[in-house]
Design a protein around this ligand. Sequence first.
Ligand code: UN1
Length: 497
Amino acid sequence: MIQALMNQMGVAPAQYQNGTLAVHSPIDGSLLGKVAQHSQADVDVQIEQAQQAFTQWRNVPAPRRGELVRLLGNILREHKQALGELVSWEAGKITQEGLGEVQEMIDICDFAVGLSRQLYGLTIASERPGHHMRESWHPLGVVGVISAFNFPVAVWSWNTALALVCGNAVIWKPSEKTPLTALACQALFEQAVQQFGADAPPHLSQVLVGDAAIGDQLVCDARVPLISATGSTRMGKIVAPKVAERFGKCILELGGNNAMILAPSADLDLAVRGILFSAVGTAGQRCTSLRRLIAHESVQAEVLEKLKKAYQSVAIGNPLQGNLVGPLIDRHSFEQMQAMLQKARDAGGQVFGGERVLAAEYPDAYYVQPAIVQMSSQNTVVQTETFAPILYVLSYRDFDEALAMQNDVPQGLSSCIFTNDIREAEQFLSASGSDCGIANVNIGTSGAEIGGAFGGEKETGGGRESGSDAWKAYMRRQTNTVNYSRELPLAQGINFS
Ligand code: UN1
Protein backbone atom coordinates (compact mmCIF):
# COMPACT_ATOMS: atom_id res chain seq x y z
CA MET A 1 0.00 0.00 0.00
CA ILE A 2 2.65 2.52 1.07
CA GLN A 3 4.86 1.47 -1.81
CA ALA A 4 2.05 2.04 -4.29
CA LEU A 5 1.45 5.54 -2.91
CA MET A 6 5.13 6.37 -2.85
CA ASN A 7 5.59 5.08 -6.42
CA GLN A 8 2.71 7.16 -7.58
CA MET A 9 4.35 10.26 -6.19
CA GLY A 10 7.78 9.32 -7.52
CA VAL A 11 9.66 8.41 -4.33
CA ALA A 12 12.36 5.78 -4.88
CA PRO A 13 12.16 2.74 -2.53
CA ALA A 14 15.82 3.19 -1.59
CA GLN A 15 14.84 6.38 0.23
CA TYR A 16 12.48 4.69 2.65
CA GLN A 17 13.08 0.97 2.76
CA ASN A 18 16.58 0.39 4.08
CA GLY A 19 17.27 3.32 6.37
CA THR A 20 17.61 3.59 10.13
CA LEU A 21 14.55 5.66 10.99
CA ALA A 22 11.63 3.28 11.48
CA VAL A 23 8.22 4.83 10.79
CA HIS A 24 5.15 3.26 12.33
CA SER A 25 1.57 4.05 11.45
CA PRO A 26 -0.56 5.42 14.29
CA ILE A 27 -3.48 3.61 12.63
CA ASP A 28 -2.34 0.11 13.56
CA GLY A 29 1.30 0.35 14.63
CA SER A 30 2.48 -1.30 11.41
CA LEU A 31 5.90 -0.53 10.03
CA LEU A 32 5.53 1.86 7.09
CA GLY A 33 9.14 2.28 6.17
CA LYS A 34 12.72 2.74 7.24
CA VAL A 35 13.92 6.10 6.12
CA ALA A 36 17.54 6.98 5.48
CA GLN A 37 18.78 9.69 7.86
CA HIS A 38 21.13 12.54 7.19
CA SER A 39 24.37 13.05 9.04
CA GLN A 40 25.77 16.25 10.50
CA ALA A 41 28.08 16.48 7.49
CA ASP A 42 25.02 16.29 5.22
CA VAL A 43 23.52 19.30 6.98
CA ASP A 44 26.57 21.31 6.13
CA VAL A 45 26.43 20.24 2.50
CA GLN A 46 22.72 21.04 2.25
CA ILE A 47 23.22 24.52 3.66
CA GLU A 48 26.05 25.13 1.22
CA GLN A 49 23.90 23.91 -1.69
CA ALA A 50 20.93 25.95 -0.54
CA GLN A 51 23.06 29.07 -0.43
CA GLN A 52 24.20 28.48 -3.97
CA ALA A 53 20.64 27.92 -5.10
CA PHE A 54 19.61 31.13 -3.37
CA THR A 55 22.24 33.26 -5.12
CA GLN A 56 20.76 32.21 -8.47
CA TRP A 57 17.11 32.15 -7.53
CA ARG A 58 17.06 35.66 -6.05
CA ASN A 59 17.79 37.03 -9.53
CA VAL A 60 14.93 35.21 -11.22
CA PRO A 61 12.02 37.69 -11.53
CA ALA A 62 9.42 37.13 -8.83
CA PRO A 63 6.49 36.44 -11.21
CA ARG A 64 8.63 33.77 -12.87
CA ARG A 65 9.36 32.32 -9.42
CA GLY A 66 5.61 32.23 -8.97
CA GLU A 67 5.39 29.97 -12.00
CA LEU A 68 7.32 27.27 -10.12
CA VAL A 69 4.82 27.46 -7.29
CA ARG A 70 1.95 27.36 -9.79
CA LEU A 71 3.36 24.10 -11.17
CA LEU A 72 3.75 22.73 -7.65
CA GLY A 73 0.11 23.56 -6.95
CA ASN A 74 -0.98 21.71 -10.08
CA ILE A 75 1.10 18.66 -9.20
CA LEU A 76 -0.45 18.70 -5.74
CA ARG A 77 -3.90 18.79 -7.33
CA GLU A 78 -3.02 15.70 -9.36
CA HIS A 79 -1.74 13.85 -6.30
CA LYS A 80 -4.21 15.13 -3.74
CA GLN A 81 -5.70 11.71 -3.16
CA ALA A 82 -2.38 9.89 -2.80
CA LEU A 83 -0.72 12.48 -0.58
CA GLY A 84 -3.85 12.81 1.55
CA GLU A 85 -3.92 9.06 2.05
CA LEU A 86 -0.25 9.01 2.97
CA VAL A 87 -0.93 11.73 5.55
CA SER A 88 -3.61 9.47 6.99
CA TRP A 89 -1.25 6.51 7.18
CA GLU A 90 1.58 8.43 8.71
CA ALA A 91 -0.18 10.99 10.93
CA GLY A 92 -3.44 9.11 11.56
CA LYS A 93 -5.74 11.81 10.15
CA ILE A 94 -9.17 10.84 8.90
CA THR A 95 -9.54 10.82 5.10
CA GLN A 96 -11.36 14.17 5.01
CA GLU A 97 -8.69 15.87 7.06
CA GLY A 98 -5.83 14.30 5.09
CA LEU A 99 -7.40 15.66 1.91
CA GLY A 100 -8.11 18.96 3.63
CA GLU A 101 -4.47 19.28 4.53
CA VAL A 102 -3.41 18.82 0.91
CA GLN A 103 -6.07 21.33 -0.11
CA GLU A 104 -4.43 23.84 2.26
CA MET A 105 -1.20 23.24 0.33
CA ILE A 106 -2.95 23.91 -2.97
CA ASP A 107 -4.57 27.04 -1.55
CA ILE A 108 -1.29 28.50 -0.35
CA CYS A 109 0.30 27.77 -3.73
CA ASP A 110 -2.49 29.74 -5.43
CA PHE A 111 -2.07 32.55 -2.93
CA ALA A 112 1.70 32.62 -3.46
CA VAL A 113 1.35 32.72 -7.26
CA GLY A 114 -0.72 35.89 -6.97
CA LEU A 115 1.67 37.24 -4.39
CA SER A 116 4.59 36.80 -6.78
CA ARG A 117 3.24 39.86 -8.63
CA GLN A 118 2.46 41.79 -5.45
CA LEU A 119 5.65 41.98 -3.40
CA TYR A 120 4.95 45.67 -2.96
CA GLY A 121 7.15 48.22 -1.25
CA LEU A 122 6.25 51.82 -0.45
CA THR A 123 7.32 55.13 -1.82
CA ILE A 124 7.99 57.62 0.94
CA ALA A 125 8.02 61.42 0.77
CA SER A 126 11.52 62.75 1.36
CA GLU A 127 12.07 65.92 3.39
CA ARG A 128 14.85 66.96 1.00
CA PRO A 129 14.34 68.61 -2.40
CA GLY A 130 15.31 66.48 -5.40
CA HIS A 131 15.22 63.27 -3.37
CA HIS A 132 12.93 60.33 -3.21
CA MET A 133 12.65 57.44 -0.82
CA ARG A 134 11.34 53.99 -1.25
CA GLU A 135 11.18 50.72 0.55
CA SER A 136 12.30 47.57 -1.28
CA TRP A 137 11.77 43.98 -0.30
CA HIS A 138 14.61 41.65 -1.21
CA PRO A 139 15.03 37.89 -0.94
CA LEU A 140 16.40 36.87 2.44
CA GLY A 141 18.45 33.70 1.96
CA VAL A 142 18.11 30.13 3.15
CA VAL A 143 14.95 29.46 5.16
CA GLY A 144 15.02 26.59 7.65
CA VAL A 145 11.60 25.02 8.20
CA ILE A 146 11.01 22.80 11.21
CA SER A 147 7.59 21.15 11.30
CA ALA A 148 5.56 18.90 13.57
CA PHE A 149 3.77 15.59 12.98
CA ASN A 150 0.24 16.97 13.15
CA PHE A 151 0.35 19.01 9.95
CA PRO A 152 3.12 17.05 8.29
CA VAL A 153 2.80 18.58 4.82
CA ALA A 154 0.77 21.83 4.99
CA VAL A 155 3.22 23.63 7.27
CA TRP A 156 6.04 22.97 4.81
CA SER A 157 3.93 24.37 2.00
CA TRP A 158 2.86 27.54 3.86
CA ASN A 159 6.50 28.33 4.40
CA THR A 160 7.90 27.06 1.13
CA ALA A 161 5.36 28.57 -1.26
CA LEU A 162 6.00 32.00 0.27
CA ALA A 163 9.75 31.52 0.66
CA LEU A 164 10.10 30.52 -2.99
CA VAL A 165 8.19 33.43 -4.49
CA CYS A 166 10.16 35.69 -2.16
CA GLY A 167 13.34 34.38 -3.80
CA ASN A 168 14.66 32.12 -1.06
CA ALA A 169 15.88 28.54 -0.82
CA VAL A 170 14.40 26.14 1.76
CA ILE A 171 15.75 23.37 3.96
CA TRP A 172 13.02 21.40 5.67
CA LYS A 173 13.45 19.33 8.80
CA PRO A 174 10.15 17.44 9.20
CA SER A 175 9.10 15.64 12.36
CA GLU A 176 10.86 12.29 12.84
CA LYS A 177 7.37 10.82 13.10
CA THR A 178 6.41 11.85 9.57
CA PRO A 179 9.37 11.62 7.16
CA LEU A 180 7.49 9.66 4.47
CA THR A 181 5.10 12.50 3.69
CA ALA A 182 8.12 14.80 3.59
CA LEU A 183 9.84 12.58 1.02
CA ALA A 184 6.65 12.59 -1.02
CA CYS A 185 6.48 16.41 -0.95
CA GLN A 186 10.11 16.57 -1.99
CA ALA A 187 9.47 14.23 -4.93
CA LEU A 188 6.48 16.30 -6.03
CA PHE A 189 8.51 19.48 -5.70
CA GLU A 190 11.23 17.99 -7.87
CA GLN A 191 8.66 17.24 -10.55
CA ALA A 192 7.64 20.89 -10.49
CA VAL A 193 11.30 21.91 -10.89
CA GLN A 194 11.63 19.52 -13.85
CA GLN A 195 8.62 21.05 -15.57
CA PHE A 196 9.81 24.57 -14.79
CA GLY A 197 13.06 24.38 -16.70
CA ALA A 198 16.66 25.38 -16.34
CA ASP A 199 16.29 28.66 -14.50
CA ALA A 200 15.38 26.81 -11.30
CA PRO A 201 18.72 25.96 -9.70
CA PRO A 202 19.17 22.54 -8.09
CA HIS A 203 18.62 22.24 -4.33
CA LEU A 204 16.06 25.01 -4.11
CA SER A 205 14.15 22.99 -1.53
CA GLN A 206 15.71 20.09 0.36
CA VAL A 207 14.64 17.70 3.09
CA LEU A 208 16.72 16.92 6.11
CA VAL A 209 15.73 13.70 7.84
CA GLY A 210 17.10 13.20 11.31
CA ASP A 211 16.82 13.83 15.03
CA ALA A 212 16.90 16.98 17.13
CA ALA A 213 20.70 17.27 16.77
CA ILE A 214 20.28 17.72 13.03
CA GLY A 215 17.63 20.37 13.61
CA ASP A 216 19.89 22.04 16.12
CA GLN A 217 22.65 22.34 13.56
CA LEU A 218 20.27 24.09 11.18
CA VAL A 219 19.10 26.40 13.96
CA CYS A 220 22.62 27.40 14.97
CA ASP A 221 24.00 28.01 11.48
CA ALA A 222 24.44 31.69 10.64
CA ARG A 223 24.01 30.89 6.93
CA VAL A 224 20.31 30.34 7.62
CA PRO A 225 18.85 33.82 8.25
CA LEU A 226 15.32 32.61 9.02
CA ILE A 227 14.10 29.64 11.04
CA SER A 228 10.38 28.95 10.86
CA ALA A 229 9.60 26.45 13.59
CA THR A 230 6.26 24.84 14.42
CA GLY A 231 5.92 22.66 17.49
CA SER A 232 5.79 22.79 21.27
CA THR A 233 6.55 25.82 23.40
CA ARG A 234 9.33 23.73 24.95
CA MET A 235 10.93 23.38 21.52
CA GLY A 236 10.48 27.09 20.83
CA LYS A 237 12.22 27.99 24.08
CA ILE A 238 15.25 26.01 22.92
CA VAL A 239 15.24 27.30 19.34
CA ALA A 240 14.54 31.02 19.86
CA PRO A 241 17.59 31.93 21.99
CA LYS A 242 19.90 30.01 19.68
CA VAL A 243 18.64 31.89 16.64
CA ALA A 244 18.72 35.20 18.54
CA GLU A 245 22.29 34.54 19.63
CA ARG A 246 23.39 34.74 16.00
CA PHE A 247 20.90 37.52 15.16
CA GLY A 248 18.84 35.29 12.91
CA LYS A 249 15.08 35.72 12.56
CA CYS A 250 12.42 33.31 13.77
CA ILE A 251 8.83 32.59 12.89
CA LEU A 252 7.56 30.60 15.86
CA GLU A 253 4.25 28.79 15.84
CA LEU A 254 4.08 27.03 19.18
CA GLY A 255 1.49 25.81 21.65
CA GLY A 256 -2.12 26.88 21.89
CA ASN A 257 -4.70 26.64 24.65
CA ASN A 258 -7.67 27.76 22.66
CA ALA A 259 -10.98 28.69 24.23
CA MET A 260 -14.57 29.28 23.25
CA ILE A 261 -16.78 31.66 25.19
CA LEU A 262 -20.33 30.40 24.99
CA ALA A 263 -22.70 33.27 25.69
CA PRO A 264 -26.36 32.94 26.78
CA SER A 265 -27.61 34.20 23.39
CA ALA A 266 -25.59 31.66 21.38
CA ASP A 267 -27.14 29.26 18.90
CA LEU A 268 -26.42 26.15 20.95
CA ASP A 269 -26.77 23.64 18.14
CA LEU A 270 -24.34 25.58 16.00
CA ALA A 271 -22.01 25.85 18.97
CA VAL A 272 -22.11 22.10 19.63
CA ARG A 273 -21.14 21.43 16.02
CA GLY A 274 -18.36 23.99 16.28
CA ILE A 275 -17.12 22.48 19.54
CA LEU A 276 -17.18 18.97 18.16
CA PHE A 277 -15.07 19.76 15.10
CA SER A 278 -12.59 21.88 17.03
CA ALA A 279 -12.28 19.69 20.13
CA VAL A 280 -12.37 16.13 18.79
CA GLY A 281 -11.35 16.71 15.16
CA THR A 282 -7.80 15.49 14.41
CA ALA A 283 -8.17 13.72 17.80
CA GLY A 284 -7.42 17.03 19.51
CA GLN A 285 -3.99 17.19 17.89
CA ARG A 286 -4.16 20.57 16.17
CA CYS A 287 -2.39 23.53 17.62
CA THR A 288 -5.76 25.25 17.13
CA SER A 289 -7.81 22.47 18.81
CA LEU A 290 -10.45 23.68 21.23
CA ARG A 291 -9.20 22.95 24.75
CA ARG A 292 -11.38 25.18 26.95
CA LEU A 293 -15.10 25.85 26.88
CA ILE A 294 -16.06 28.87 28.98
CA ALA A 295 -19.84 28.59 29.13
CA HIS A 296 -22.29 31.00 30.72
CA GLU A 297 -23.79 29.43 33.84
CA SER A 298 -27.27 29.65 32.32
CA VAL A 299 -26.35 27.41 29.35
CA GLN A 300 -23.62 25.21 30.80
CA ALA A 301 -25.82 22.29 31.83
CA GLU A 302 -27.67 22.21 28.51
CA VAL A 303 -24.55 22.38 26.39
CA LEU A 304 -22.87 19.72 28.50
CA GLU A 305 -25.78 17.39 27.98
CA LYS A 306 -25.78 17.96 24.23
CA LEU A 307 -22.03 17.59 24.09
CA LYS A 308 -21.98 14.34 26.01
CA LYS A 309 -24.54 12.92 23.61
CA ALA A 310 -22.52 14.06 20.62
CA TYR A 311 -19.30 12.68 22.12
CA GLN A 312 -20.92 9.32 22.69
CA SER A 313 -22.07 8.99 19.14
CA VAL A 314 -18.93 10.19 17.40
CA ALA A 315 -17.36 7.39 15.37
CA ILE A 316 -13.86 6.53 16.60
CA GLY A 317 -11.66 4.17 14.65
CA ASN A 318 -9.58 3.57 11.58
CA PRO A 319 -9.28 7.02 9.98
CA LEU A 320 -9.40 5.58 6.48
CA GLN A 321 -12.77 3.93 7.09
CA GLY A 322 -15.10 6.90 7.41
CA ASN A 323 -14.69 7.52 11.14
CA LEU A 324 -14.51 11.03 12.57
CA VAL A 325 -11.87 10.46 15.21
CA GLY A 326 -8.65 8.64 14.42
CA PRO A 327 -5.81 7.58 16.70
CA LEU A 328 -3.37 9.56 18.80
CA ILE A 329 0.04 9.75 17.21
CA ASP A 330 1.69 7.25 19.60
CA ARG A 331 1.82 5.62 22.99
CA HIS A 332 3.70 8.52 24.55
CA SER A 333 0.92 10.86 23.57
CA PHE A 334 -1.66 8.49 25.08
CA GLU A 335 0.31 8.28 28.33
CA GLN A 336 0.55 12.04 28.53
CA MET A 337 -3.19 12.33 28.05
CA GLN A 338 -3.86 9.80 30.81
CA ALA A 339 -1.42 11.51 33.18
CA MET A 340 -3.13 14.83 32.58
CA LEU A 341 -6.58 13.36 33.16
CA GLN A 342 -5.34 11.96 36.47
CA LYS A 343 -4.04 15.39 37.45
CA ALA A 344 -7.40 16.85 36.47
CA ARG A 345 -9.19 14.34 38.73
CA ASP A 346 -6.78 15.13 41.56
CA ALA A 347 -7.63 18.80 41.10
CA GLY A 348 -11.33 18.07 41.50
CA GLY A 349 -12.23 17.74 37.83
CA GLN A 350 -15.17 15.58 36.78
CA VAL A 351 -13.93 13.50 33.87
CA PHE A 352 -16.23 12.14 31.18
CA GLY A 353 -14.62 9.78 28.65
CA GLY A 354 -10.87 9.77 27.99
CA GLU A 355 -10.37 6.01 28.11
CA ARG A 356 -8.60 3.89 25.54
CA VAL A 357 -10.82 2.12 23.03
CA LEU A 358 -10.27 -0.54 20.33
CA ALA A 359 -7.22 -1.88 22.20
CA ALA A 360 -8.03 -5.49 21.30
CA GLU A 361 -8.34 -4.74 17.62
CA TYR A 362 -5.35 -2.40 17.53
CA PRO A 363 -2.97 -3.41 20.34
CA ASP A 364 -0.22 -1.23 18.89
CA ALA A 365 -2.30 1.87 18.26
CA TYR A 366 -3.89 4.36 20.63
CA TYR A 367 -7.50 5.30 20.05
CA VAL A 368 -9.26 7.19 22.81
CA GLN A 369 -12.73 8.32 23.70
CA PRO A 370 -12.39 12.13 23.63
CA ALA A 371 -12.65 13.57 27.13
CA ILE A 372 -14.74 16.32 28.66
CA VAL A 373 -13.57 17.59 32.04
CA GLN A 374 -15.73 19.84 34.17
CA MET A 375 -13.55 22.12 36.24
CA SER A 376 -14.59 24.63 38.88
CA SER A 377 -11.65 26.93 38.22
CA GLN A 378 -8.95 27.52 35.66
CA ASN A 379 -6.09 25.85 37.55
CA THR A 380 -2.62 24.90 36.24
CA VAL A 381 -3.98 21.69 34.69
CA VAL A 382 -6.31 23.73 32.48
CA GLN A 383 -3.56 26.22 31.74
CA THR A 384 -1.34 23.49 30.32
CA GLU A 385 -1.63 22.42 26.70
CA THR A 386 -2.08 18.66 26.36
CA PHE A 387 -1.91 17.53 22.75
CA ALA A 388 -4.91 15.21 22.96
CA PRO A 389 -8.72 15.45 22.92
CA ILE A 390 -9.37 16.90 26.38
CA LEU A 391 -11.95 19.67 26.62
CA TYR A 392 -12.10 21.53 29.94
CA VAL A 393 -15.48 23.04 30.68
CA LEU A 394 -15.65 26.08 32.93
CA SER A 395 -18.51 28.42 33.71
CA TYR A 396 -18.86 32.19 34.03
CA ARG A 397 -21.40 34.73 35.22
CA ASP A 398 -20.21 38.10 33.86
CA PHE A 399 -18.85 38.67 30.41
CA ASP A 400 -15.75 40.45 31.75
CA GLU A 401 -15.01 37.42 33.85
CA ALA A 402 -15.23 35.20 30.75
CA LEU A 403 -12.86 37.47 28.85
CA ALA A 404 -10.39 37.47 31.72
CA MET A 405 -10.51 33.66 31.83
CA GLN A 406 -10.06 33.39 28.07
CA ASN A 407 -6.87 35.44 28.35
CA ASP A 408 -5.56 33.93 31.57
CA VAL A 409 -3.38 31.21 30.03
CA PRO A 410 0.25 31.40 28.90
CA GLN A 411 -0.62 30.64 25.26
CA GLY A 412 -2.28 32.98 22.74
CA LEU A 413 -3.06 31.22 19.49
CA SER A 414 -6.78 30.90 18.75
CA SER A 415 -10.03 31.87 20.41
CA CYS A 416 -13.70 32.26 19.64
CA ILE A 417 -17.03 33.41 20.95
CA PHE A 418 -20.48 32.05 20.18
CA THR A 419 -22.97 34.83 20.72
CA ASN A 420 -25.77 36.63 18.96
CA ASP A 421 -25.13 39.79 20.96
CA ILE A 422 -23.19 42.19 18.75
CA ARG A 423 -21.82 44.09 21.74
CA GLU A 424 -20.23 40.96 23.15
CA ALA A 425 -18.89 39.94 19.75
CA GLU A 426 -17.29 43.30 19.10
CA GLN A 427 -15.90 43.53 22.61
CA PHE A 428 -14.35 40.11 22.14
CA LEU A 429 -12.60 41.35 18.98
CA SER A 430 -11.57 44.69 20.48
CA ALA A 431 -8.27 45.85 21.95
CA SER A 432 -9.45 44.78 25.39
CA GLY A 433 -10.93 41.50 24.12
CA SER A 434 -9.18 38.27 23.16
CA ASP A 435 -5.39 38.48 23.33
CA CYS A 436 -4.92 35.74 20.70
CA GLY A 437 -3.57 35.89 17.16
CA ILE A 438 -6.86 34.42 15.95
CA ALA A 439 -10.26 35.50 17.31
CA ASN A 440 -13.47 34.20 15.71
CA VAL A 441 -17.18 34.82 16.09
CA ASN A 442 -19.62 31.92 15.75
CA ILE A 443 -16.87 29.68 14.32
CA GLY A 444 -14.68 27.27 16.28
CA THR A 445 -11.00 27.83 17.05
CA SER A 446 -9.58 25.46 14.44
CA GLY A 447 -9.75 25.19 10.68
CA ALA A 448 -8.43 28.60 9.63
CA GLU A 449 -8.26 29.52 5.94
CA ILE A 450 -4.83 30.29 4.46
CA GLY A 451 -5.76 33.86 3.43
CA GLY A 452 -5.26 35.28 6.92
CA ALA A 453 -2.02 35.50 8.86
CA PHE A 454 -1.72 32.41 11.04
CA GLY A 455 -0.05 32.42 14.46
CA GLY A 456 -0.38 33.77 17.95
CA GLU A 457 0.95 35.71 20.89
CA LYS A 458 2.63 34.97 24.24
CA GLU A 459 3.95 31.39 24.47
CA THR A 460 2.59 30.70 20.98
CA GLY A 461 5.71 32.53 19.86
CA GLY A 462 4.47 35.60 17.95
CA GLY A 463 5.16 34.30 14.42
CA ARG A 464 2.78 34.69 11.50
CA GLU A 465 2.67 32.34 8.55
CA SER A 466 0.45 31.87 5.52
CA GLY A 467 -1.72 34.76 4.28
CA SER A 468 -2.06 38.52 4.67
CA ASP A 469 1.42 40.11 4.73
CA ALA A 470 3.15 37.15 6.42
CA TRP A 471 5.42 37.10 3.34
CA LYS A 472 7.34 40.07 4.71
CA ALA A 473 9.04 37.82 7.26
CA TYR A 474 10.61 35.90 4.37
CA MET A 475 12.25 39.00 2.88
CA ARG A 476 14.63 41.69 3.98
CA ARG A 477 13.43 45.28 3.97
CA GLN A 478 15.63 47.93 2.49
CA THR A 479 15.09 51.66 2.74
CA ASN A 480 16.39 53.55 -0.27
CA THR A 481 17.02 57.28 -0.57
CA VAL A 482 17.91 58.57 -4.01
CA ASN A 483 19.24 62.08 -4.72
CA TYR A 484 18.45 63.24 -8.24
CA SER A 485 19.47 66.88 -7.63
CA ARG A 486 22.83 68.59 -7.98
CA GLU A 487 22.96 69.53 -4.30
CA LEU A 488 23.66 67.49 -1.21
CA PRO A 489 21.18 68.69 1.41
CA LEU A 490 21.43 66.82 4.68
CA ALA A 491 18.47 65.47 6.59
CA GLN A 492 17.42 67.20 9.78
CA GLY A 493 18.67 70.44 8.20
CA ILE A 494 22.26 69.82 9.29
CA ASN A 495 24.83 72.24 7.88
CA PHE A 496 28.19 70.47 7.55
CA SER A 497 30.43 73.10 6.00
C1 UN1 B 1 -1.49 23.29 13.29
O1 UN1 B 1 -2.20 22.60 14.02
O2 UN1 B 1 -0.24 23.29 13.42
O3 UN1 B 1 -6.37 26.38 11.57
C2 UN1 B 1 -2.01 24.12 12.18
C3 UN1 B 1 -6.18 25.15 11.49
C4 UN1 B 1 -5.33 24.65 10.36
C5 UN1 B 1 -3.90 24.74 10.71
C6 UN1 B 1 -3.49 24.08 12.00
N1 UN1 B 1 -5.62 25.44 9.19
O4 UN1 B 1 -6.65 24.35 12.28
